[in-house]
Write a protein that binds this ligand. Structure first.
Ligand SMILES: Nc1ncnc2c1ncn2[C@@H]1O[C@H](COP(=O)(O)OP(=O)(O)OP(=O)(O)O)[C@@H](O)[C@H]1O
Ligand SMILES: [Mg+2]
Length: 457
């Protein structure tokens, strides 16, 4: 099934194809949400707008600043993970989305509807049609069977018994509980009850799922299974999911973008990889410290761009291109820029190579890996390839740059190449906020289509 957000093009023969780079459709847009808990919301909001901090607002007005001008967007079919320490405002944020918690100020657009502007009846209907919720403690009705629990949302909507049971059984099967529909919640383990909770959210047909620490009560192995299954389900069903968690490993496994909250405000937003590479401040750094870099960082981030050396190019024409840049081994490509071999600097610049095409001088064959692969997946290959791996574009196989052992080791040890022993991103001893840009390259490097250029590295 194509993602709902894809732009579809009809080709000349009438068939439908997916456009090259579809723009994701925004499903949720949250702007400047403030939540103040307490009696004096208005005074507290005025003080916030005047620049007062959380502690001052509490001392002066008795109000707790739960959310401090929070803004983010969620694309259709995306999993966004809201993370942060206990009390950082995750649940409050999630509950503001469907106004289970009433925001004090700000805008919440869901599919173009301004949720904050809905009256009570509209809000009830909008919630029912749009949102499914899954909580940490399953919240199943103890006196209803699993099927009756799962179909509850459809029952409230007035769907007839046969139709709703059919849908409930489908959802129950989807979450791996086939055959358990007639049991009561007490007859199921915690993990199974959580699956039933998920089935209930899926059954209601809402396309936005709000999940608050949904897997936190499960033991680690079951929890990982559930994370994998949610991800697989999400790819299949294309739901938009906002998932609250305090666990970065969970966020990484779910694979979505992360909104990291601190004291009711957003400390950083980005993919796990972006946050790991460039954590903004000590709070974020502490979150990422224990993460295994090699299972998060992708090769596209680590490649060293090289001059483009075509196999038809004469050796002497390539001399100026390699003269100033680093590297002792260069990748040679065919006319479609796909790596076909490699050549050492010595061989390339030897006077007897002058005038000969690189194709006749190179060693044919070179290991390749796609830019989106994580470092961990190529470590065994890199161990047996002293001259590095050619990293290529996932769809076109075009050469993007070389992954060397040196760069890989630097990434693994948190250092930048050719620099002093300053941690690049784990950061506990860092004193500046400078981005480690000398090591890291953008995740989707776009090779130039112009004349060959020397790497900046
Ligand atoms: N109903 C309420 N009345 C007053 N203060 C509240 C209320 N609900 C939340 N808060 C405050 O808002 C802040 C954020 O709470 P929230 O429950 O959103 O945190 P959380 O990040 O979900 O934490 P946890 O990980 O422990 O679930 C806290 O300071 C909390 O005390
Ligand atoms: Mg919470």
């Amino acid at each position: 099934m194509l993602p709902a957000s894809s732009k579809l093009d009809a080709s000349e023969d009438g068939s439908i194809t997916q456009a090259q780079s579809p723009l994701p459709t925004e499903r949720i847009r949250v702007r400047d949400i403030v939540k103040l808990f307490g009696e004096n919301e208005k005074t507290a909001l005025r003080r916030l707008n005047e620049g007062a901090g959380k502690a001052d607002i509490l001392a002066e007005t008795g109000s707790v600043l739960g959310l401090d001008r929070v803004s983010f967007s969620v694309a259709e079919g995306e999993i966004l993970v809201v993370m942060g320490l206990s009390g950082s405002g995750k649940s409050t944020m999630l509950r503001c989305l469907n106004r289970l918690v009433e925001p004090t100020a700000g805008s919440i657009l869901v599919g173009g509807t301004e949720v904050t502007a809905l009256n009570a009846r509209q809000l009830r209907e909008f919630r029912r049609d749009t949102f499914g919720m899954v909580f940490q403690h399953f919240a199943l009705f103890p006196n209803r069977t699993i099927a009756e629990n799962v179909e509850y949302g459809l029952e409230v909507r007035g769907l007839d018994k046969r139709a709703r049971r059919e849908r409930a059984l489908e959802a129950i099967e989807l979450v791996g509980l086939k055959g358990w529909d007639a049991k009561y919640p007490r007859e199921l383990s915690g993990g199974m009850q959580q699956r039933a909770g998920l089935a209930r959210a899926l059954c209601a047909d809402a396309d936005v799922l709000l999940m608050d620490e949904a897997f936190s009560a499960l033991d680690p192995l079951i929890r990982r299974d559930m994370q994998d299954e949610l991800r697989a389900l999400q790819l299949k069903l294309r739901k938009t999911i906002v998932f609250v968690s305090h666990d970065l490993d969970e966020a990484i496994r779910l694979g979505g973008r992360i909104v990291l909250m601190k004291d009711g405000a957003i400390a950083q937003t980005g993919t796990a990889e972006e946050i790991l590479i460039d954590p903004k401040g000590d709070y974020v750094r502490r979150f990422v410290e224990h993460i295994d870099v090699s299972s998060v960082v992708t090769l596209g981030r680590l490649v060293r761009p090289q001059p483009r050396l075509s196999q038809d190019c004469a050796a002497e024409a390539a001399w100026p291109l390699v003269e100033k840049g680093p590297g002792e081994v260069f990748v040679v490509t065919c006319e479609r820029e796909i790596p076909v071999g490699r050549i050492s600097r010595n061989r390339l610049t030897a006077s007897e190579s002058r005038g000969r095409p690189l194709g006749s001088l190179m060693d044919g064959g070179i290991p390749r890996a796609p830019a989106g692969a994580v470092l961990k997946s190529v470590l065994p290959l890199l161990a047996s390839e002293p001259h590095g791996i050619a990293v290529v574009d996932e769809t076109t196989d075009r050469f993007l740059g070389l992954l060397t052992r040196e760069t890989a080791l630097c990434a693994l040890s948190g250092q930048r190449p050719n620099e002093e022993r300053e941690p690049a991103w784990t950061g506990s001893s860092r004193t500046t906020e400078a981005s480690p840009s000398s090591l890291w390259t953008p995740s989707q490097p776009t090779p130039s289509t112009g004349s060959p250029s020397i790497s900046r590295h």
